[in-house]
Unconditional design. Sequence first.
Length: 183
Amino acid sequence: MSLYLSDISQLIQSTLLTECNSRHRITILGTSMGGVLAMYLTQIFDKKIYGIILNDIALTVNWTSLYALYKSMKNDLGFREVRELAKDLSVDEKAISDVQLPGHFDLSYQADVWGMNFHEALEGFKGRMGLIYGAESKICTKQRVASARGFIPNIKTLEVANAGHPAPFNLLVCDFIQSQMDV
């Protein structure tokens, strides 16, 4: 995760925050793990980030939710072949293997009996926040959405009916994203 964060930071710095583009308002959209990275980017770029939009990831991820996500990678016969799953998701096989390693998540977070808490990553962030979540999501549960609303009172949320994790980019979701970007 720290390598992903470093790579994304370098990309933003070299393409969006160059001298000729230094006044850009950046809104970052992060889905699932990408949403966690979006939260950490607010610490790196501070006021240069106008807003973040999280797709089916809240400020806390329950341990039981992580287990459910891990379990969802299984089928009736056990774990699917990495090659087959990578092909279905259109990603490199190594990415599937790497995200399942215990040391994959190497960014700081607070842990408690409920799960992984990312509140610290957003401390001091004054930008706009949006949260999209699937009504049937096991990762971004209604309880976690309510908790996020308590921590960030001005957060705008969108529940996507009949959606799990992550919420699909349908017309409703795309309209919400545009509204959060002032487009």
